[in-house]
Design a protein. Sequence first.
Lengths: 70, 433
Amino acid sequence: MKLFPLSICLLILSGCSSMGVEPWERDLHAKQSMQPVANYFENYYDEHIYFSKEASSGGQGVGGGGCGCN
Amino acid sequence: MQLKKIKCKISIATCTLLQVGASSTQAGEWDVDSSFLYYSESDGRVSAFEPAVRAGIDLGDDEFINFQVVVDVLTGATPNGAHKSTTVQTFTNPSGNSSYTIQPGELPLNTTFKDNRLALSGEWNKAINRESSVLFGASVSTEIDYLSLGLSATYQRDFNNKNTTLATGLAVTSDTITPIGDVPLGLNPMRVAGSDQQRAGSSDTKDSLDFMVGVTQILSRKTLVQANFTHGISSGYHNDYNKIITVIDPVTNEPVTSATWVMPGSDNLPYLFEQRPDSRSKNILFLRGVHHLTEDVINLSYRLFSDDWGITSHTLDLKYRYELTPRHYLQPHIRYYTQSEADFYRHDLVQGTDVNDNGTVNLQHVSSDYRVGAFDSLTYGLSYGMAVSKNSEFSIRAELMQQTIDNSGVTRPNEDTPDLSAVILQAGYSFTW
């Protein structure tokens, strides 16, 4: 079970080796709108609101600290 | 939109992993992001004002730091967990010194709810070589009754000509809960105001550890995908010390009254403080895809959450960024969320069945907090952004959140948990300095 995440990564890594773009084809990926989180505080506030109003939280990364939100 | 250059390189690990933009920032430049949130729930429940500032600087040689300050001012009323009644109900405030009454037919809300929060965090990001970097973060968050300290570390490495990025991160959090009026004893009755409150102590603690592994893959010039897996464990005090649960009289199907309450002791009210397990283990799968159309951008994510409390949830989030002009955009947003209830979620406790005549409770864990019950939530709204200049951007958004509570398991009158709606308003301004 502990090796499961590692196995998934290796599988993805090998499968992804044929995908992607050349360095000169990264113009669109450099745009702010193409970032996984394009607006930092929109995402931050949403994480905080739903953390305090739902039983689930996290998934996008680690860290940031907690709160006793009601 | 030329903003947030540093954010393309460094991002707080809690929210944004693996920004893949390749833009660079001149050493010594500050990237500043400021924002203000107004959150307001219906029926006079919780309102929040939350200003925030975040500033990052490029130190040169692929080294970045940033700092963040968030202030949170909360007011309003929050459900205390008890049910409506056909008679007037009296509850004791968390301090134990005073009480409040709820009229017949009204949902019991604690109107003394008020809190302020100050959250500070910082991050340091440094490239180890051309392919890999490390990100260290520290955070502190303090409230009247809560202190949270956190440390995190994330390592990421590029492969396949920087088209694939693997990341792994670890975070530890140490929380200290210091309730106003000390820590209530779980599964013990709320006590009459002014009497001995029989509390467990002045504070309690909770420790958390999260481990994450993720991959981001550029599929084509217009598409990238991301997948994260997170495993988290926590131990210690998981209760919400403000939450109680009603004891029902099986004869009347109403909350028991002081006259019919079997718990020995004249100062015991017919409500018990909730008791959740002292540990929690969770697994989270998070998937995201970002696709560039001719001009517009679609950002779609899905999260599967599961824990050993019996809660499973699904979250679907869709943003469509519609480029009005090169300097203006509109972004409709829709988010759907659904969760199942925790194993220990109960609408009530029944006298004679769950609570014996001698006052003992037959359950180990119980909570009537609707947030560990089953419900669906839908959020929809719109953002508008405008590039004020080459290096500054203004944005606003307005959204409506609607939680629909699953009351299908309710068998007695007055036990329906009402639905909740909330307005989310946000304004932000970002600039390079």
